[in-house]
Design a binder for this molecule. Structure first.
Ligand SMILES: [Zn+2]
Length: 459
């Protein structure tokens, strides 16, 4: 076997986000191939062999790469529409357009979504893709290919919908799959693309969309399928008061009880939003170790409310951060969600005691790794873990006068990314992608957005 190639990063602040929140005011990190080999205070050890690169990171904070736990990539080409709506009205306004997507549109939108996140320090992304119009092509393959080409670690949550208007659901009839079709296609996607290995770049989860767009049977059988295949489960839950009302009217219980009754609480499950949770809902999540993807900007954009993140953390619920689809969070960036999570939660019941800067950074890193089921591999900087890390430049006008680097990163302006590494490979330099042409992606996403608007307009 060839000797490991080493990259040495020195003279930086380091926030490891390990179990003790270990930090180094000035330290070093040694990367060997795709793993973190060692890290600590001061300069790297003398005499290391096979050092192919030495980075003087003076003026930088190094953190684990950011991990996004909820998104809908295809929405990149339907941003800025239905801007003054709540969730249900927004969905009803957009479903007819979304039902017209095809493979080139989805590929382009995935590239746009991934590029925007990656250049802002995201090293692990996920896409909850639940719109599969008949004859639209291999959407899962297109999305996975886009992530692979960009070099971003990735989980595809293979979504589905089978409860349309005729069955009391929200999506139009032509936008949904059959129960059998959705389950078979999901199983095929898992078998074709899921990699269970430690350094996997692609994983697949089973992900029916939401209580108001799927049948109870799709939830039940989806859970059975995921557990038979040994993959994780993802869906939307407890997002709005309208959803809560819908669940009480249709199922005679609230969303959390409904999920529990269908096998959808467990340590292999993570759920987006969880805004409207009472104490017993939070206790049920904590007891079962069900994870939460907290999406503060999307919740604000759709006037959904403020999730009780401090209470969830106090109870022991794993919580990560999510951009959510960019039709409800047009910025599409995750590093700004660190700040938004902190600020929005301080508007809630706990006020100034809600979240601090280090808790916000943990949500965006280790918390994300937990909910994606990858806490052993990513989410913190520790020897043996995968080399997914970001160098944030904090010595410019935007941050230089803030003494504490983690405070600067979370409270300050969106920090420039000097370098971002995934699996030991650099994918961003000075805020620009090394693995894709941003300008070409910008052009193609505009063309595909116009094409979709044209097709939807004729329908
Ligand atoms: Zn969502």
């Amino acid at each position: 076997m060839a000797a490991a190639q080493r990259i040495v990063i020195e003279n930086c602040s380091i926030a490891t986000v390990d179990a003790n929140d270990t930090e180094y005011a000035t330290g070093h990190i040694v990367v060997a191939d795709n793993r973190i080999e060692s890290l600590g205070a001061g300069r790297a050890p003398e005499g290391l062999e096979n050092v192919v690169r030495r980075i003087d990171a003076t003026g930088h904070l190094v953190t684990p790469g950011l991990i996004n736990t909820h998104h809908h990539f295809y929405q990149w080409i339907t941003r800025g529409l239905a801007t003054d709506h709540n969730l249900f009205d927004w969905l009803v306004a957009l479903y007819p357009t979304w039902a017209r997507i095809d493979e080139p549109m989805v590929r382009s939108a995935a590239q746009g979504s991934l590029a925007m996140m990656a250049r802002g320090g995201v090293t692990t992304a996920m896409d909850h893709h639940y719109v599969h119009p008949q004859g639209s092509g291999d959407l899962s393959g297109a999305i996975i290919g886009a992530a692979r080409d960009m070099g971003v670690r990735f989980t595809l949550a293979r979504g589905s919908m089978d409860r349309s208007e005729k069955d009391g659901g929200l999506p139009p009839d032509f936008a949904v799959e059959t129960l059998e079709g959705a389950l078979a296609a999901t199983e095929e996607t898992v078998r074709k693309h899921h990699d269970a290995s430690f350094d996997a770049m692609t994983q697949v989860a089973v992900a029916p969309c939401s209580p108001f767009s799927i049948s109870t049977e799709l939830l039940r059988q989806g859970a059975e399928l995921a557990r038979r295949l040994g993959v994780r489960m993802h869906t939307h839950g407890s997002e709005t008061v309208e959803e809560e009302k819908f669940c009480h009217e249709l199922f005679g219980m609230g969303p959390t009880d409904y999920f529990e009754s269908t096998g959808w609480l467990g340590e292999d499950v993570w759920m987006a939003h969880c805004v409207h949770m009472n104490d017993s809902d939070i206790a049920a999540f904590a007891r079962t170790k069900t994870g939460v993807a907290h999406c503060p900007s999307s919740n604000a954009r759709l006037a959904a409310g403020i999730a009780r993140v401090p209470d969830m953390l106090a109870a022991g619920v794993p919580v990560g951060l999510g951009v959510d689809g960019t039709a409800s969070n047009e910025s599409g960036e995750l590093h700004t969600e660190l700040r938004n999570a902190l600020l929005i939660n301080r508007l809630g019941a706990h006020r100034e005691a809600a979240l601090n800067a280090r808790q916000a950074l943990r949500l965006g890193t280790f918390g994300g790794a937990q909910v994606l089921g990858r806490a052993a591999e990513i989410g913190s900087l520790e020897p043996g873990k995968l080399a997914d890390l970001v160098l944030w430049k904090l010595d410019t006008l935007a941050h230089a006068s803030i003494a504490d680097p983690v405070t600067a990163l979370v409270f300050g302006a969106a920090a420039p990314v000097t370098a971002s590494f995934v699996n030991g490979r650099q994918i961003v330099e000075h805020g620009r992608l090394l693995t894709a042409d941003e300008d070409a992606i910008a052009r193609s996403t505009r063309e595909q957005a116009q094409r979709l608007a044209g097709i939807a307009g004729q329908a």
